[in-house]
Design a protein around this ligand. Structure first.
Ligand code: PBG
Length: 331
C-alpha cells in the first residue's frame, strides 16, 4: 500500500516562529489603542473601581500623569469619562454644559501638558450628570425624549470642543444627533473636531462596571432599551451606521466589542469607513476574573482579544487594557 501525501500542507508555514511572523496577516500595535480613563474630583486622588480590578478613577493631576504615560507608550488617544459628584447631578444633567466641569478641566489639563502628542476623545451623553442615570431627558412617563435631549447634547459637544476635545463621541443613541452636532461644530469654528459616532451601541449586560465607575449604576432606574439597540439585530446596525455617516461622522463605533465582532465585519464590508470597537467594562472584568482563577494567561488573553478586533476590521479599539497591552507590545 502506498502512502498518500497531502498536496498542500498548511502546517508548513506554521512550523517555526520566524515563518509564523512572516505570514501573520494582522498586526496589533500601541497605535491601535484608545485608553478610557475615569476622572474624579480632588488632587492626588486615586480611587480603585471594585468591579474593574486594576482600573482607578484619577483626579485631574493623575489623569495628566496617565496621559504622559500613554504618550510614552505610543497610545495615540484617551477617552475621558467623569465621575460627577452627586450634588452636581440633576434631572436635566445641566452640569454637562458647565465650562468648568470635571471633563473640561481634564481636557484642558491634558492639552496643556501634552498638546498634539495625544488625542482626547470625549463622551457625549447625559448619564454621568443625571440623577436618574439615563443618557437623556425624561418625560413624565420616564421615557427618554429624543429631540430635547439632542439640543442638550449639542451644547455638551460644543462645551467639550471649546475645552479642547479632539474627537467628540456621542454615545447616547438619540436619532439625528450627529447631523446637528456636526453643523454646530462647523458654525462655531470647530471644523477640525472629529465626530466618532457610537453608531451601533447595544443595550448590553456588559456595561455594569462602567456604571459603577461613573457613579450612575446605583442611580439607574429601568434600562436603556428604548434607545440602545436590541442584541438580536444586525441589519439595523447597518441602518444606524448609514445615517451617522450621512450626517457627517468621521468614524463609527460598535459596542460592546467581542460579542459583536460580526457587526464590526458587516459594517466594515458595507461602508469601508474607519470602524472602532469598544471592549467594554464587563469584557475587561471577564478577562480579569478568568485570569484571577487561573482559567487563562492574562497577557495572552489580552493580546489575543485585541488582535481579534483588528482581524475583524477595526481601525482601533477602546480598551481598559490599553496601557498594559502597549507595554506587552513593547510600546
Ligand atoms: C454611557 C456610556 C456607557 C458606556 C460608555 N458610555 C454605559 C451605558 O450606556 O450605560 C459603557 C462603557 C463600558 O461599559 O466600558 N453613555
Amino acid at each position: 500500500m502506498t502512502a498518500s501525501y497531502p498536496a498542500i500542507r498548511l502546517r508548513r508555514t506554521r512550523a517555526s516562529g520566524w515563518s509564523r511572523a512572516l505570514h501573520r496577516e494582522t498586526m496589533l500595535t500601541p497605535a491601535d489603542l484608545i485608553w478610557p480613563l475615569f476622572v474624579t474630583e480632588g488632587s492626588g486622588v486615586e480611587q480603585p473601581v471594585a468591579s474593574l480590578p486594576g482600573v482607578s478613577r484619577w483626579s485631574v493631576d493623575g489623569i495628566v500623569a496617565r496621559a504622559k504615560e500613554a504618550v510614552s507608550l505610543g497610545i495615540p488617544c484617551l477617552a475621558l469619562f467623569p465621575n460627577t459628584q452627586p450634588e452636581r447631578r440633576s434631572d436635566d444633567g445641566k452640569e454637562a454644559l458647565n465650562p468648568d466641569n470635571l471633563m473640561c478641566r481634564a481636557i484642558r489639563a491634558i492639552k496643556d501638558a501634552c498638546g498634539e502628542d495625544i488625542g482626547v476623545l470625549t463622551d457625549v451623553a447625559l448619564d454621568p450628570y443625571t440623577t436618574h442615570g439615563q443618557d437623556g431627558l425624561l418625560d413624565e412617563a420616564g421615557y427618554v425624549v429624543n429631540d430635547a435631549t439632542v439640543d442638550v447634547l449639542v451644547g455638551q459637544s460644543l462645551n467639550q470642543a471649546a475645552a479642547g476635545a479632539d474627537i467628540v463621541a456621542p454615545s447616547d443613541m438619540m436619532d439625528g444627533r450627529i447631523g446637528v452636532i456636526r453643523e454646530a461644530l462647523e458654525e462655531t469654528g470647530h471644523a477640525n473636531v472629529q465626530l466618532m459616532a457610537y453608531a451601533a451601541k447595544y443595550a448590553s449586560a456588559f456595561y455594569g462596571p462602567f456604571r459603577d465607575a461613573v457613579g450612575s449604576g446605583g442611580l439607574l432606574k429601568g434600562d436603556k432599551k428604548s434607545y440602545q439597540m436590541d442584541p438580536g439585530n444586525s441589519e439595523e446596525a447597518l441602518r444606524e451606521v448609514a445615517l451617522d455617516i450621512a450626517e457627517g461622522a468621521d468614524s463609527v463605533m460598535v459596542k460592546p466589542g467581542l460579542p459583536y465582532l460580526d457587526i464590526v465585519r458587516r459594517v466594515k464590508e458595507h461602508f469601508e469607513v474607519p470602524v472602532f470597537a469598544y471592549q467594554v467594562s464587563g469584557e475587561y472584568a471577564m478577562i480579569e476574573a478568568a485570569a484571577a482563577v487561573g482559567a487563562g494567561d492574562r497577557d495572552a488573553l489580552v493580546l489575543e482579544t485585541l488582535l481579534a478586533f483588528k482581524r475583524a476590521g477595526c481601525s482601533g479599539v477602546l480598551t481598559y487594557h490599553a496601557a498594559h497591552a502597549a507595554r506587552l507590545l513593547g510600546g
